[in-house]
Design a protein. Structure first.
Length: 648
């Protein structure tokens, strides 16, 4: 059985990843059947990396949340050569001699794979970058993902799971024959497949992957070397990348791939440009949302003509009034589009959009339908669009501030703003109150049961029974969800308050620093701005919010209602042995896995980095340490061994 598993996995790698099979399909099938018979006879001896795991047979009950050990950041997008030049200038201001690695941006679903002692133990979606969904069983059915590695390594890798064009056509043909709705595009098909609860469906749809990042600390010094190393481990790596010495060479590559894009066997939606040197990546660092050392150039979107029929104006939770165009329906990037954003009043004026105009519609970022421009020679009316002067929700005067492009309602009691704020507060990434969606919020508002987020916690099961279509079971279920949300860690509460510019990641960083909401609310603007990766915009927004009397009253009401205001994540003492130090692990440790060593260092206050740079304070070196140790010695960085770590 062991011999057969080893042979079959090697043949599968040759077929699916290397595209260079050494045996015929019939020979592979014969060996596979032999293994399946043995496993049927000796079920207790089935090996964890057996290729029989790649076929279906499991019906999953659902997907559990998965906490990523190494966060997944999104990338800053660029849509023009000018934006790439600006990115290049920012990078070269600090590092004039860098080069870029340009990789194809695969249009699929981001995944993370975790291996322990060389065995695949977890596979997850990106989620919000910190928490994804555990889809291990489904990813085991993707044939080019190794179930075991050639070496007993502990590592976490990142990549993209996609549906090849040929698989997409076959899947849609089958769905058409069965009278089922077809998938709009390969990305939707891949995402829908990976969320299947029947693993047999996943196995049949022939998904594939490209891996591009070693998220756990790597021994390599460049992104190009990482790709080569991943390939040597047995992962499928897209080899259509180039090393570019200048932004002009980057643009040449973009133009070439744009011409070849339609002939590729998979969908791409752009090019990812990364600083090749990992030590330089480390020094450039991150913003709250994205790395400063990478950017994603997005190809121009498909464009179609449509007629503007009317405009709806809606009020968001921050009071911004947004125009949405109602259009004659058009097919765009695989979906029917009949509504598109007009952004704001300045945009309408700039593009001179008028009533009844024929307009060009596209999908911004291949996702959000938007109006690009007017087809002036098809204009049928000179009548301008009617811009509202009063809020469509509360009838208060709308203001157009000099430093803003949007109309804004500043009435704090505006029903639309309050309702949108309540929906955001209850959302999954905020307080995660299951069942408190837009329809229920609307009902609560109509019954005058809730007027602010503190009011949610004053609701009783009896109150909920007053709502239309609510029976005892549904009322108790929502009441239980509301009570359970009181125990959330405080970063969820902070994000749920909807403070301008304060997203979920910034909320976590703030609460890790200040530990509780009351302390944060009293912090000065300077103290907040001093936090690495946050800056003055977030600091000013927070300070402005918390200096309002209403905000302090709201916090007091939430506290009185029993809502937790403390950060419940693991805290590191300010006087911890390695507090504030940047530490790099290299080489093979004898008594700890790399993951265990990292966790211990973090508990001691260290920031564990994947590469050595001038910012590194300490290197812990095990056996067979390579280029990182050499670089640390060249930079005169303090180097310690595993015995020192044990004593610490």
């Amino acid at each position: 059985m062991s011999e057969l598993v080893e042979l079959l996995n090697r043949y599968a790698h040759e077929y699916y990843t290397a595209d260079n099979p050494s045996v015929s399909d019939s020979e592979y099938d014969q060996l596979y059947r032999e293994l399946a018979e043995l496993e049927k006879k000796y079920p207790t001896d089935i090996l964890p990396d057996s290729p029989t795991h790649r076929v279906g047979g499991k019906i999953l009950e659902g997907f559990e949340k998965y906490q990523h050990q190494y966060p997944l950041f999104s990338l800053q997008d660029a849509f023009s050569r000018e934006e790439l030049v600006a990115f290049d200038q920012r990078v070269r201001k600090e590092f004039p001699q860098i080069s870029y690695l340009c990789e194809l941006k695969i249009d699929g679903l981001s995944i993370s794979l975790v291996y322990e002692n060389g065995v695949l133990t977890a596979g997850a979606t990106r989620g919000d970058g910190s928490v994804g969904e555990n889809i291990t069983e489904n990813l085991k059915r993707v044939k080019d993902i190794p179930l075991t590695l050639k070496e007993p390594l502990n590592l976490t890798v990142r990549g993209e799971c996609y549906m090849p064009k040929a698989s997409f056509d076959a899947v849609n043909q089958l769905r058409q024959e069965k009278g089922e709705p077809e998938f709009a595009n390969p990305r939707n098909a891949a995402a829908g497949t990976l969320r299947q609860l029947d693993t047999a469906v996943v196995a049949k749809r022939n998904l594939a992957t490209f891996l591009y990042q070693e998220a756990s600390p790597t021994q390599e010094s460049s992104q190009e070397a990482v790709l080569q190393k991943l390939s040597s481990y047995g992962f499928s790596v897209n080899d259509s990348y180039v090393l570019a010495a200048s932004i002009n060479e980057v643009w040449d590559f973009i133009e070439r791939i744009a011409q070849e894009r339609n002939s590729l066997p998979y969908e791409i939606d752009g090019i990812v440009i990364k600083v090749n040197d990992l030590a330089v990546q480390e020094e450039l660092g991150f913003t709250v949302k994205a790395p400063k050392w990478a950017i994603a150039y997005k190809f121009p979107a498909e464009e179609k003509e449509a007629q503007l029929l009317s405009v709806d104006w809606t009020v968001g939770r921050t009071g911004v009034v947004t125009p949405t165009a109602n259009l004659t329906p058009v097919q765009l990037a695989g979906t029917t589009v009949s509504r598109a954003t007009l952004h704001n009043v300045d945009y309408i004026a700039e593009k001179d959009i008028r009533q009844g105009d024929t307009v060009i519609v596209y999908k911004a970022g291949d996702i959000i339908p938007a109006v690009l421009r007017v087809v002036e020679d098809k204009r049928v009316s000179e009548e301008p669009l009617q811009i509202p002067t009063a809020c469509p929700s509360c009838d208060s005067p709308l203001l157009h501030f000099e430093d803003e492009v949007a109309l804004r309602c500043i009435n704090p009691l505006c029903p639309a703003q309050i309702k949108e704020g309540l929906i955001h507060f209850a959302s999954r990434d905020a307080m995660n109150i299951t069942g408190l969606g837009p329809a229920v919020v609307e009902k609560l508002f109509q019954q005058d049961l809730v007027r602010d987020v503190a009011g949610i916690y004053r609701l009783t099961a009896e109150n909920l029974l007053q709502l239309e279509n609510f029976k005892e079971k549904s009322a108790n279920k929502l009441y239980t969800a509301i009570q359970a949300s009181k125990a959330n860690s405080a970063e969820r509460l902070l994000f749920g308050l909807g403070i301008r510019h304060v997203g979920s990641k910034a909320s976590r960083i703030l609460l890790e620093t200040f530990h509780d909401m009351m302390t944060l609310s009293q912090a000065s603007q300077e103290e907040i701005a001093a936090i690495d990766s946050l800056g003055t915009v977030i600091a000013q927004s927070l300070h402005t919010y918390f200096e309002q009397e209403g905000s302090q009253i709201l916090l007091a009401e939430l506290k009185e209602a029993g809502v937790n205001l403390d950060y419940l994540g693991e805290k590191v003492a300010a006087d911890a042995a390695l507090s504030g130090m940047t530490v790099v692990l290299t080489g093979k440790l004898q008594r700890l896995t790399r993951t265990q060593a990292k966790e211990k260092l973090q508990k001691l206050g260290a920031n564990v980095s994947g590469s050595v740079s001038k910012k590194t304070d300490l290197v812990v070196a095990g056996a067979d340490a390579g280029s990182k140790l050499t670089k640390a010695q060249e930079l005169g960085i303090d180097i310690r061994g595993e015995d020192w770590l044990d004593r610490l």
